[in-house]
Design a protein around this ligand. Structure first.
Ligand code: CDV
Length: 311
């Protein structure tokens, strides 16, 4: 017996600042329909998939920022995506900017959800590793103000039972941190979905620019292997408002091998038949956590934030 989930990685090309939600949603629906035609159970969209990547600008007023946020999910403009998913019987992962009243105040998160084949939200995640900076830094070619526009996520990394397996998610910069996947690995995760917006140019470290695609795959492939899980990483790619974003969306097996990969920087769907039972061969042997982990020696990981040189 094997548990096959057919998954589509639905990469998006650039979204212009002037593009409306209905225009973007129609692109998402087209990818969902392509996914259905290839037998997908589930389609994975990028981070902040409903708008341009707005943290690249410093905005003077909250009103300017607010236009990029969703106050309900689904709302009137995103309902057609949920409706079509339900009609097709295809689930999806999507990232969006979430504004919510919680604890009596307005809060904003960089959020993703998993929606099942009935169009029901079955899991929500709020991005924990927010990269960039909180203040305007005019020396940069473009801003990366996630630390200004979002709060650190407060939901941990949930793993839920859906699509006949154990599903987890994270968002963009999270994929670079081994802790992200290990927290889900310790919940038995069998598929991690994630979306990203990764500029080719890294203003604080331009010497890394030539390595963007390599590092993208390096972190996701090692995490898949080290946790015995499928990883589906999906880009918003291409030249968006003058800023080049990497593509390279992939579906990675628990072996650490890439089994499907986008080759353009535009709207593109690739898919793979993912056998969730393949995870067991890693989870029960080389990475049998219960048998081989030594957490009494890992305390520093949670007790210390930055490196302290004591030697
Ligand atoms: N959206 C992101 O989180 N992007 C970061 C960039 C800024 C380094 C990333 O890790 O890809």
């Amino acid at each position: 017996m094997s548990r096959i989930v057919t998954v589509g990685a639905a990469q998006l090309g650039p979204i212009a600042r002037s593009e409306t939600r209905p225009q973007v949603v129609s692109r998402l629906v087209a990818l969902l329909e392509q996914g259905k035609s290839h037998g997908c159970d589930l389609v994975v969209f990028p981070e902040l998939a409903l708008t341009t990547f707005f943290p690249r600008w410093f905005f003077e007023t909250q009103d300017e920022v607010d236009q990029f946020f969703e106050r309900e999910m689904p709302g009137p403009e995103t309902a057609p995506l949920f409706d079509r998913a339900r009609e097709l019987g295809v689930g999806f992962y999507i990232g969006y900017a979430e504004a919510v009243i919680e604890e009596g105040r307005e809060r904003r998160f960089n959020t993703s959800i998993i929606v099942d084949k009935d169009g029901k939200i079955v899991s929500k995640y709020r991005k924990i590793h927010l990269p960039g900076h909180a203040e305007h830094e005019p020396w940069r070619a473009f801003q990366h103000l996630e630390k200004r526009y979002f709060e650190t996520g407060n939901l941990g990394w949930p793993v839920v039972r859906a699509f006949d397996g154990l599903m987890g998610m994270c968002i963009c910069n999270d994929r670079r941190w081994p802790e992200t996947y290990r927290v889900m690995g310790l919940q038995g995760v069998e598929m991690v979905m994630l979306g990203y917006n990764t500029p080719v140019h890294n203003p604080p470290a331009p010497e890394h620019d030539r390595l963007g695609d390599f590092h993208n795959h390096l972190v996701m492939q090692s995490a898949a292997y080290q946790n015995g899980t499928w990883v589906v990483g999906v880009a918003k790619a291409g030249k968006e408002e003058g800023c080049d974003l990497i593509g390279g969306s992939v579906i990675i097996a628990p072996t650490g091998e890439i089994v499907a990969r986008c080759v353009t920087t535009g709207d593109e769907l690739v898919f793979a038949r993912c056998d969730l039972d393949l995870c067991a061969s890693f989870k029960n042997t080389i990475f049998n956590f219960a048998m081989h982990r030594e957490p009494q020696h890992y305390k520093m990981i949670v007790e210390r934030k930055g490196a302290v040189i004591s030697a």
